[in-house]
Each structure stands twice: as structure tokens, then as C-alpha cells.
Ligand binder design. Structure first.
Ligand SMILES: Nc1ncnc2c1ncn2[C@@H]1O[C@H](COP(=O)(O)OP(=O)(O)OP(=O)(O)O)[C@@H](O)[C@H]1O
Ligand SMILES: [Zn+2]
Length: 659
């Protein structure tokens, strides 16, 4: 799928085309749908029994069938009328015509059966989608309606969450659910975040840690400062996105919609021709051909086909939401099932993103402390993870430094600034070259650091005036692999991803060394941020379906050009949830493998459902056409197919299987 397509899906407005058939408004009728279906079924049964036993006068059975038709018809006729008023021929119109016709030709038993079985299949469908939706609701509508707010005078007061202002302090008792997103002010406790992240182990919380609405506090009590209004909590965002996800239709659904839009009117035309042509032109009996025409109408209901996709998608989305994987649309679930290549970011995705200084190598007469002092002075201005590591180390060694002047960052390379009146740079190998100060001696040291998979920062004097500039020191910085990476990559490969490619701004040798440790097929280093985007584009043109995993913040553009963008650790970052197609609430790469597997299963189930529904329909239509199948058998086949399709889809609700 090209980038273009991808954007299309995102912006495509929700449209309901053609045979919105089986999804008409069930709630319009005053009686509950279930009761009507049961009544219709029982009455049909009574009628059939009376007919069979011959114990009562024949008209009694007819009354039973009429009552059954009425009960089921309360669900069908109003919906049919609604469609007709909008000049639409949907499945309800189809059924209404068929039932009326069946009565006209004196087939009360079959009219009653048709109504009953049709309303039953609709009931099954709304039950199935309701069930899947309820699973999401119960999962997400977790946060309590009120919060215990601390007043200035030390008293506590229970007020609705919607009325709690940001920055108020709330009290979380042990064993209670956290009502709002916030930051722990005091107290220690462990919190079960499974409702949002899907992680089974509780997470320890102390002062300064974030907590999320809907998660469950365990043994300790916490005082929490509210950081977001109730309507903007992470949970609220998830609920909103899951709601929108269902409207983001996958390609198979659009195929089915298009198909149904042509199919239903076509069936009407054929039915009319079948009823009219033989009697008018070939002196055939009217009753016989009208009956066949009705059979055709009834059995053409594409119920199973129409629900083939939505029930599977909802089930798949729900199963993943339970595991802390937020998929923002059926379209992404289907695409993830097609992924063939995966691009990954290095820092924070493959490594933990907490680099540590492991070695300081002075070049020349400076001491380690002096190298660290100047490096920290420049990097105290920087947000780069490597910069943090350097500043942190200087602090921990009690090295005093003043922030450098004239700081300029150089994208993808490092930074320059003035320390003690001299222009300095700190950055990668390329930066040393651009300053014209690299030496073979330095390169030898750099190569050994890189071979170990460590990142590096070169500190140097920039040439200025008389001074020719030179390298003053090298800092080696290591970031450990995430603990689950090797196993996760094994699973990702096993799930059918042919190639995993790491894209990194770090130098090629370091990137390759890390990729090798992690079990990644290929590493591309020395990339500027916009080159990462180009690379993802290239991969898309090569593999068509390409996923990209990143933190969702620094690599938002690369995530956007991938077929499916995954953001890791989205729980703490609204931007990540926003930019990704799939947000992994927990920082856990194995979730990616699970998502791919579930995407594949969903795709497989949808394909099976669609083909199965079409095949059954074709067989029954043929049988009816040659006169073998009557109304009865046809309707039974349709209900059976619908039921099978639903059950098949609901299998996805079970936890994703390990590869
Ligand atoms: N503030 C800095 N201090 C020291 N070195 C830096 C700094 N900024 C960048 N560098 C150097 O430039 C290289 C590339 O940086 P860049 O930010 O493009 O990639 P990265 O984010 O470190 O890696 P990745 O893309 O794999 O996450 C770093 O590996 C480092 O050697
Ligand atoms: Zn060099």
C-alpha cells in the first residue's frame, strides 16, 4: 500500500453505502428484539406442530403463522418502510416483499419461518457486535464516577470527576480505582495498570510517578495531583479512539459495501424477471414462478456476507485493546496482517533509551574531569539522550560546570558552543571531520568503541583564528538492549515478517553491532531524521506493507509514511497516541509480534468468512434456481452461515496466540 493510500484511509469519511441491510435500527420497536424473535419462533413452532399433528382445525395453524409473521414482522416491516422512504432497496425490503408474497400465494408456514429465521439472524448479529463492543466498554469504562478531593483545610470531599480541576489533590485509598490522570505527590503503592497497558505485573508508584484513570491501586494509599481533566485522561482518549476505530473501515469492508450496493437491486430485477417472463411469454403457471421468484428474494439475503468483516474487526480490536494495544481503525488491523517488513528505531525501541557513559578517553593533556566538564557545559542545553547521559555523569562526579554560551545544535551530528571563550564542538565522527580535526589515532579508538555497539561523542576545539583546532576527548556511551528484544524479534520473524531493518542516526558500525545483538536483519546507520523518512518510503515501495516502530514523538514523520506506524510506550504520551496507527501502551516489543499474529488471523478469518458466505449463497441460489431448494432450506442455510461467520469471528476475542 502506498503512502497515498494510507493517507486516504485516514481521511476517508464514514460512509454507509448500499445494503446497510442487517444493521438497521433495532431499537425503534417498542418491544425488545429478543422477545419478538422468541415469540415469532414459538408461534411458528406451534403452527408447524398443529399442521403436522392434524389435531386442530387448519385455520388455527394459519392464525399461529399469522401471529408469528406479525411478531417477527415488527422488526422487519418498519425497517423496510424506512428504507423505501429513502428510495433504498435494502435487505429488509427484500424480506418484506418475500413475506408478503408468500402469504399471497398461500404459504403461511413458509412466510412465518422466513420472518422468524431472518429476525433470528439479525438478533445473532446484533448480539455478536454488542458482545464485542461490550467487551471494549467493560474494559475501558473503568474509571470511578467520583474522586475524593482534599480541601485546603485538610478535609476530604467526594465530588464527580468532571468537576475536579487540574492541580487539585485527590486521595486514592488502597484497593480503589484511580479516577483521574495525575502525578503522585506522596505515598507509596503498587498499581495494577492492566486495564490500560495489558501488563499483568503491578507497577510501583512513588512521589513524582504518573498514574492513570481506570487503573487499580493496590495496598498503599496515594495522594495524587490531578494533571488532566476527566475528559482528557488517557482512558478517555482510548475510549474515543476505539469508538472512531470502528468507523475506519478496512478494505474488505469497503469491497463488501460496494458489492452489496449493486447486489441487492440486481436481485430485485432478477426476481421480477423470474416472476414475469415465464408466465407472460411461455404460458407457464403464475403461482409456480411467483413462488420461485420469492424464493430467490428470500435466499439472496447477504446477511452472512455483510457481517463477515465488522464482527471480526471488532473482535480483533477488542482482543488487542485488552492486551494494551490500541489499534486506531479496522483498516490498520487488516494492514498489520499483511506486513512483510518492519523498520525499527534504535534508541528507546531496541535499546532502553537510557544511555550511560561507560568510558571517557582524553586525547592529549586534559584529564577525564576536564573533558567531562566542557562536554556537560555544552550539552546542558541539549535534549538529546546522549547529552542527558553526559550531564548526568558530570553531576554524579560533582564536576562543576557553567552552561556554555552561543549554543547551536547541529542536526544529526551534535552541537557547538563557546566554553571559557573558546569555540567547542561535541558530536559524532562526521562532526569531527567537518571541523577538519579527525586523526587516524582517533579513528582507531572510535572503531573499537563502535564495534562494541556503543555510541560516542567526540569533544573538540573548533579551528578559529591562529588555532587549528583538535580533538580533546572521546566519550563512549552505552545503552542496553531492552530485555525482551531478542525474544520479541524471534517472534516477529516467526509471525511472518520477512525483514526487520533498524534505522539509526548513530554511526553504521554501532548500529550494526546493536542489530546483531538484537537479531535484526539489517541496520542502516548515519541517517539524518529526514533520511529515515526516505528509507521508510523506499521500504514501502519495495515491500508494499511496511510497519515502523518508534517512540511516536521524534519519529512521527517516519511513522506516518509507513503502512502501519507503531508507537511504543504510548501510555505517557498523547503525541504518541495521536501520531501512531497502533499505540502500544506498554513498552514491550513482544506486543508487536502479537499484533501481527492477530492481524494475520483477523485477515484470514475475514477472507474465509467472505468466501464462505459468497459460496453458500451461490450454492443455494443455484439449487433454488433449478428448483431443488425451497424457501425453508434456503433460509436455514442463510441463518446457519450467519451463525458460523459470527462464531468464527468471535474466536478472535480469545487472547492472541503465541507464535
Ligand atoms: N548533543 C549531542 N552530544 C553528543 N553527541 C551527539 C549529540 N547529538 C548528536 N550526537 C551524535 O550524533 C549521532 C547521531 O545523533 P542522532 O540524534 O541523529 O541519532 P540518535 O537519536 O542518537 O540515534 P537513533 O536514530 O538510533 O535513535 C549520535 O549518535 C551522537 O554520536
Ligand atoms: Zn575520522
Amino acid at each position: 500500500m502506498s503512502e497515498h493510500d494510507h493517507q486516504d484511509h485516514k481521511q476517508e469519511p464514514v460512509k454507509k453505502t448500499g445494503c446497510s441491510s442487517c444493521e438497521h435500527s433495532h431499537d425503534e420497536s417498542p418491544l425488545p428484539q429478543g422477545a419478538l424473535v422468541v415469540a415469532s419462533g414459538v408461534l411458528t413452532g406451534i403452527g408447524l406442530l398443529l399442521n403436522w399433528l392434524h389435531v386442530a382445525p387448519g385455520w388455527l395453524a394459519t392464525v399461529a403463522f399469522a401471529a408469528a409473521t406479525l411478531a417477527g414482522g415488527l422488526l422487519v416491516f418498519p425497517a423496510a418502510w424506512g428504507a423505501l422512504k429513502k428510495f433504498k432497496l435494502d435487505i429488509n425490503v427484500l424480506m418484506a416483499v418475500a413475506v408478503t408474497g408468500a402469504w399471497i400465494i398461500g404459504e403461511g408456514a413458509e412466510a412465518a419461518s422466513v420472518v422468524f429465521l431472518f429476525s433470528l439472524s439479525e438478533l445473532l448479529e446484533s448480539w455478536a457486535s454488542g458482545r464485542a463492543r461490550k467487551a471494549v466498554d467493560s474494559l475501558l469504562k473503568l474509571s470511578p464516577p467520583t474522586a475524593l478531593v482534599k480541601n485546603a483545610d485538610g478535609t476530604e470531599q467526594e465530588i464527580p470527576v468532571a468537576d475536579v480541576a487540574v492541580d487539585r489533590e485527590i486521595l486514592i485509598r488502597s484497593g480503589s480505582r484511580i479516577p483521574l490522570d495525575g502525578e503522585v505527590v506522596s505515598g507509596n503503592s503498587s498499581v495494577n495498570q492492566a486495564p490500560i497497558t495489558g501488563e499483568s505485573l503491578p507497577v510501583e508508584k512513588k512521589a513524582g510517578d504518573p498514574v492513570y484513570a481506570g487503573t487499580v491501586n493496590a495496598e498503599g494509599s496515594l495522594t495524587v495531583r490531578v494533571t488532566k481533566p476527566a475528559a482528557e485522561s488517557t482512558l478517555a482518549r482510548i475510549i474515543q479512539l476505539v469508538g472512531e476505530a470502528e468507523e475506519n473501515k478496512p478494505p474488505t469492508q469497503r469491497f463488501v459495501d460496494r458489492f452489496a450496493a449493486i447486489y441487492t437491486p440486481a436481485v430485485f430485477v432478477v426476481a421480477i424477471l423470474v416472476a414475469l417472463i415465464p408466465p407472460l411469454f411461455f404460458q407457464q403457471p403464475w403461482q409456480f414462478w411467483i413462488y420461485r421468484s420469492l424464493v430467490l428474494l428470500v435466499i439472496s439475503c447477504p446477511c452472512a456476507l455483510v457481517i463477515a468483516t465488522p464482527v471480526s474487526i471488532v473482535s480483533g480490536l477488542t482482543a488487542l485493546a485488552r492486551r494494551g494495544v490500541l489499534v486506531k481503525g479496522g483498516v490498520h488491523l487488516e494492514s498489520v496482517g499483511k506486513l512483510r517488513a518492519l523498520a525499527v528505531d534504535k534508541t528507546g525501541t531496541i535499546t532502553q533509551g537510557k544511555p550511560q557513559v561507560v568510558e571517557i578517553i582524553p586525547i592529549g593533556e586534559l584529564s577525564e574531569e576536564e573533558v567531562l566538564r566542557s562536554s556537560a557545559a555544552i550539552n546542558t542545553h541539549s535534549e538529546h539522550p546522549l547529552a542527558f547521559a553526559i550531564v548526568e555523569t558530570a553531576r554524579s562526579r560533582n564536576i562543576e560546570f557553567a552552561p556554555a554560551a552561543d549554543y547551536v545544535s547541529v542536526t544529526g551530528q551534535g552541537a557547538q558552543a563557546t566554553v571559557d571563550g573558546h569555540p567547542y564542538f561535541i558530536g559524532n565522527h562526521r562532526m569531527a571531520h567537518e571541523a577538519g580535526v579527525c586523526t587516524p589515532e582517533v579513528e582507531k579508538i572510535l572503531a573499537t568503541i563502535e564495534a562494541k555497539g556503543q555510541s560516542l561523542a567526540v569533544l573538540g576545539h573548533l579551528p578559529h583564528g591562529e588555532c587549528r583546532g583538535r580533538i580533546l576527548g572521546i566519550i563512549a556511551i552505552a545503552d542496553t538492549l531492552r530485555p525482551e528484544v531478542v525474544e520479541a524479534l524471534r517472534q516477529i520473524h516467526k509471525a511472518g515478517i520477512q525483514k526487520v531493518i533498524m534505522l539509526s542516526g548513530d554511526n553504521q558500525r554501532t548500529a550494526s553491532a546493536i542489530a546483531k545483538q538484537a537479531g535484526i536483519d539489517e541496520a542502516i546507520g548515519d541517517l539524518m531524521p529526514d533520511q529515515k523518512v526516505d528509507h521508510v518510503r523506499k521500504l514501502v515501495s519495495q515491500y508494499t506493507h511496511v510497519g515502523m516502530i518508534g517512540d511516536g514523538v521524534n519519529d512521527a514523520p517516519a511513522l506516518a509514511v509507513a503502512t502501519v506506524g507503531f508507537a511504543m510506550g504510548a501510555i505517557g504520551s498523547d503525541t504518541a497516541i495521536e501520531t501512531a496507527d497502533i499505540a502500544l501502551m506498554k513498552d514491550d516489543l513482544t506486543r508487536v509480534a502479537e499484533t501481527v499474529i492477530l492481524g494475520r488471523r483477523t485477515l484470514g478469518i475475514i477472507r474465509f468468512n467472505v468466501i464462505f458466505a459468497l459460496a453458500i449463497k451461490a450454492v443455494v441460489l443455484t439449487l433454488a434456481f433449478v428448483g431443488i431448494a425451497g424457501l425453508w432450506l434456503a433460509i436455514l442455510a442463510d441463518t446457519g452461515a450467519t451463525l458460523l461467520v459470527i462464531l468464527n469471528s468471535l474466536r478472535l476475542l480469545a487472547a492472541p496466540k503465541k507464535p
